[in-house]
Design a protein around this ligand. Structure first.
Ligand code: SF4
Ligand code: SF4
Length: 178
């Protein structure tokens, strides 16, 4: 395998600076609306706030990979005396909870770093600098990655089963021919 240069994009989260304003959720859901900026709905955001003002807990979490099955156990973190929700730091869309799922279709959401934009919009809209953006280059082995279509198909197969998806495609292709 040959080596290639890869751009690594990272968003640093400083929990102490987050005030729970939810501007990041608003701009993310608005950027990903169809058409772009036509609506905002935090349920469609790829960043979500675990927010408990009475306990002074504000925890931004980014949507990561989809998990087809829920974990056998649970994580619970206590940091500086604050006890965070079970699975509070987990980035996965998972069958055990509603977070990071497109509300209408139930399909998993994943942060795409605002593809096409120079800098992630959640970072630009975070006025307290709780979110900051970093970019660096790394040398990595070249590998084939699944594209968006494959990721979407995999999620559909997990949800409905392969046979149902194949039947639906066969019906679609028959109706196109007709
Ligand atoms: S980087 Fe873009 S896609 Fe990811 S959470 Fe922030 S606004 Fe949403
Ligand atoms: S925009 Fe920044 S301060 Fe506001 S909730 Fe998001 S991370 Fe926290």
């Amino acid at each position: 395998m040959s080596k290639v240069k890869k751009k690594v994009k990272a968003i640093k989260i400083d929990l102490d600076k987050c005030n729970g304003c939810r501007a990041c959720e608003m701009i993310c859901s608005s950027f990903h609306a169809t058409p772009k900026y036509s609506s905002n709905n935090p349920a469609r955001s790829r960043i979500r706030l675990i927010r408990e003002p009475l306990r002074d807990i504000y925890l931004p979490v980014y949507a990561g990979e989809n998990a087809a099955a829920e974990c056998m156990g649970r994580d619970k973190y206590v940091i500086d005396g604050k006890e965070y929700d079970e699975c509070g730091f987990c980035r996965a869309a998972c069958p055990s909870r509603d977070i990071f799922k497109e509300p209408d279709s139930g399909l998993p959401l994943k942060c795409d770093m605002c593809e096409g934009e120079e800098k992630p919009l959640c970072v630009q809209w975070c006025l307290t600098d709780a979110l900051t953006y970093e970019e660096r280059e790394e040398e990595v082995e070249e590998e084939e990655k699944p594209d968006e279509l494959e990721i979407g198909l995999e999620a559909l197969v997990d949800k409905y089963g392969l046979q149902k998806i194949m039947d639906a495609i066969a019906r679609k292709s028959m109706s196109k021919k007709g």
